[in-house]
Each structure stands twice: as C-alpha cells, then as structure tokens.
Design a protein around this ligand. Structure first.
Ligand SMILES: *[C@@H]1O[C@H](CO)[C@@H](O)[C@H](O)[C@H]1NC(C)=O
Ligand SMILES: *[C@@H]1O[C@H](CO)[C@@H](O)[C@H](O)[C@H]1NC(C)=O
Ligand SMILES: *[C@@H]1O[C@H](CO)[C@@H](O)[C@H](O)[C@H]1NC(C)=O
Ligand SMILES: *[C@@H]1O[C@H](CO)[C@@H](O)[C@H](O)[C@H]1NC(C)=O
Length: 382
C-alpha cells in the first residue's frame, strides 16, 4: 500500500480522541504491514538492491544535492559519508544503485567481542531503518602487527559481513585499504583475511605521499608506477583481482614551496607523519573544480610530469609565495584505469563525487563529463 493511499483514508493523521485501543492496534498493524515509513514515492524503492553488477562504479558522496547531477548510468554503489538523505536513497534505488553506510569505529574498542556485536547490531539497525544496502568500513587507524587489534579487525569485518548478508538480502560490505598493502601509514592489517571476509576492498590509490622517505619535495597524489605497484602487491599476496576496486582521486594537493627551482622542483615544509620525516600533510587538499578554475591563472600553465604521469602547475599567491599543485585529470586517470581491464579488477570509484563542478556552466560542464567518462570500462568505450 502506498503512502498517498493511506493519507487519503486519513490513516496518517493522528487518531481522533476516544478511539478504542483495539482500533489503534489494528491501525498500527496496518501501517507496519504497509511499510508506511518508506519515504520514497513508490514503496518498492525502499527494497534493497539484489542485482550484482559485473563492473562496480563505487562513488563516495559527502553531502548536499550534487548527486542529482551524477552520471547515474554508471553508478552501482553510493557510499554516503555526509548526512543521510532519503531522497538520494530513493533515487539511487530507482537507478538500481546501492546506497551504503559509513562504518568507522575506534579500534581499541573492537577487541571486545561484545562491543563488536553491539556495534554491528547498531549499524544493521541503522541500515534497515534507512533502507540501505550495506556498509563501507573505513578504518584508517594505525595497527601494530602483533597487537590484538590485528585479529579483532579481521573479525569485525567477517562478523559485519555475516550479519548484513543474513539480515539484508543482496547487501554489500566493503572495506577501504591504503594504496599498498605494505603497512602504509603503519596500518598493519590482515589484508587477505579482510578481503576474504567482505565483498570487496576499495583501494584508496591516492594520498600516496602521506609518508615521504626521500627528499621533501611536492609530488603526485597518485603517481602511475606507485599506484600500479600497489595493485601488483595486493594481487601477489593472492587477493583475487575481483576483490579490488580501484579508487582514484578527484582532488589534488596544493603545496606552498619553500623554494621553487627553475626545473619545477618545489621544496616543501617537513611535516612528519607516522614515522616518516615529511608528508602530503604539508599541502592542502583541493577539489578538481577549484583546480580547473585556477589553472589559467597559473604561472606555468598546465605541466605534465613524465615520470609520475601526472599533471601539475605552479602559481604565485597574493602574498608572493610560490605554490605547486598536483592533481589527476582524465588523462592521468585513464592511464591508470587501463590496469583495471588488463588485470580484471572489480571496478573503479572515486573520492569523491562532490569534487566536480555541477554548476552546468559550459566549460566546467565539459570537464565534469570527461571525468565521469573515463570511469567507463575501456573495452566498451571503443
Ligand atoms: C588472516 O585471517 C585469516 C582469517 O581469519 C586467518 O586464517 C589467517 O591466519 C590470518 N593471517 C595472518 C597472517 O594472520
Ligand atoms: C631555489 O631556487 C632557485 C631558483 O631556481 C635556485 O637558484 C636555488 O638554487 C634554489 N635553492 C635551493 C636551496 O634549492
Ligand atoms: C582557460 O583557458 C582555456 C584556453 O584558453 C579556455 O578554453 C578555458 O575556457 C579557460 N578556462 C576557464 C575556466 O576560464
Ligand atoms: C615505471 O615502471 C616501469 C615498468 O616497471 C619502468 O620501466 C619505469 O622505469 C618506471 N618509471 C619510473 C619513473 O619509475
């Protein structure tokens, strides 16, 4: 039964005074049976998605209404990291796309199995009441290889997947991992165990300068070779490529240069991170839309680094300081994305979809379309 029908019958307004208890109960039963809490125009849009696509396009959304301009012909999953938006859920379901929760938790708490159980129950309840299709577990905390957190994390992922799969038909449980399994940012996780325990891993192939061990200079957010080395290492540890979704950045880093040499080497401040002497924390993250607006006022124009296969440019701020901006564009992303077909990865995704310009103005509109376009599997593009 749809919501308008109930409203017509006057069942959604508060009951008149003096209605006998039995009638109230009957009314309650009727409402529950009809699923009248469903906020969608059609009640069937509240049903979880059961179809499993061959190719995943996994989109992170951080809020507002930009989702209305996304390329829904491609999207298979939206991980909602902003405020819950029932309109987004209804719309995604109408396009056959899943909507999943963000799952994050303090790792010292999950050593206790009872805590894990209650955390999972709470997330499951949230997913059900919001008619969602799963959860994306985003733990970016440090884990020591010999600590109790190491096994507790694998257990958390396994128990979350078991509960979601059991309670929400067709649901999806995914886990976000760093660009490489080699203890990046002191994250010693049981990657094979976690990959086995969930539907797939979202590989965050960005922030690859989070730990700079060599010279403290500005470099690409997701250099070509470094990115592909990460996937090779996941696959070498016998993780099935079908368990890996490639995450690409729709943002870049703006570094203030302590010195900018004539051959474009930008020396950056030493900001240590998890044991490394310097880090991309010396820079500032900027969305693609801001970068595209700034390029024309740069002093260098758009440059291309052949070693890292990445675009970048230099500009001077009003205070007279030089900056270097490293980012990804359709060219650098499509180079990396060919790996997906060559190695049979599960799909692609980005952090985050909100970073593009959806104003509809002619120049940004074209740039935005090109960014969505390169997500398409290469074989189908020809
Ligand atoms: C990883 O987790 C799996 C599943 O729990 C377990 O069998 C395996 O021994 C773990 N591997 C390591 C290196 O701890
Ligand atoms: C800083 O950049 C200038 C201009 O390219 C160069 O001449 C100088 O050697 C650089 N200084 C250092 C410390 O790298
Ligand atoms: C930047 O310059 C290019 C080439 O002159 C032009 O096509 C483009 O519209 C400009 N972009 C913006 C945002 O003004
Ligand atoms: C990138 O990897 C390829 C193949 O392994 C290698 O030939 C090339 O030299 C590497 N480039 C850089 C800049 O490391």
């Amino acid at each position: 039964m749809s919501r308008p029908q109930l409203r017509r019958w006057g069942l959604l307004s508060s009951p008149p005074r003096g209605v006998p208890g039995l009638a109230l109960l009957a009314l309650l039963a009727l409402r529950l049976a009809a699923g009248t809490d469903c906020p969608c125009p059609e009640p069937e849009l509240c049903r979880p998605i059961r179809h499993h696509p061959d190719f995943e396009v996994f989109v992170f959304d951080v809020g507002q209404k930009t989702w209305k301009s996304y390329d829904w012909s491609q999207i298979t999953t939206v991980a909602t990291f902003g405020k819950y938006d029932s309109e987004l859920m209804c719309y995604a379901h109408s396009k056959g796309a899943r909507v999943v929760l963000k799952g994050d938790v303090s790792l010292k708490d999950i050593i206790d199995p009872a805590f894990r159980a209650s955390w999972i129950a709470q997330k499951l309840n949230l997913a059900k009441t919001q008619y969602m299709d799963g959860i994306n577990i985003d733990i970016e905390q440090e884990v020591n290889c010999l600590s109790p957190e190491y096994d507790a994390l694998t257990a958390l992922v396994k128990e979350t997947t078991d509960s979601f799969h059991r309670e929400i038909e067709g649901s999806q449980v995914t886990f976000d991992v760093a660009w490489s399994p080699k203890n990046i940012d002191r994250r010693c996780y049981n990657y094979t165990g976690i990959a086995d325990a969930c539907d797939f891993l979202f590989v965050m192939s960005y922030d690859e300068q989070s730990q700079i061990w060599s010279e403290c200079i500005a470099a690409a957010n997701a250099p070509y070779n470094q990115t592909l080395t990460g996937y090779n290492d996941y696959i070498k540890m016998s993780i099935n490529p079908k368990k890996l979704v490639m995450g690409v950045p729709w943002y870049g880093y703006d570094y203030t240069c302590l010195n900018l040499s004539e051959d474009h080497v930008c020396t950056i401040a030493k900001v240590p991170f998890r044991g490394a002497p310097c880090s991309d924390a010396a820079g500032r993250q900027v969305p693609y839309k801001t970068i595209m607006k700034q390029i024309n006022s740069s002093i260098s124009g758009n440059l291309w680094d052949k070693d890292q296969q990445s675009p970048y440019y230099n500009y001077k701020d009003p205070a007279g300081h030089f900056h270097q901006v490293w980012y990804d564009n359709p060219q650098s992303i499509s180079l990396k994305a060919t790996y997906i077909q060559n190695y049979g990865l599960r799909g692609i995704g980005m952090w985050n979809a909100n970073c593009l310009d959806y104003s509809g103005d002619a120049v940004p509109k074209q740039q935005t379309e090109e960014m969505w376009e390169v997500l398409k599997p290469k074989l189908l593009q020809r």
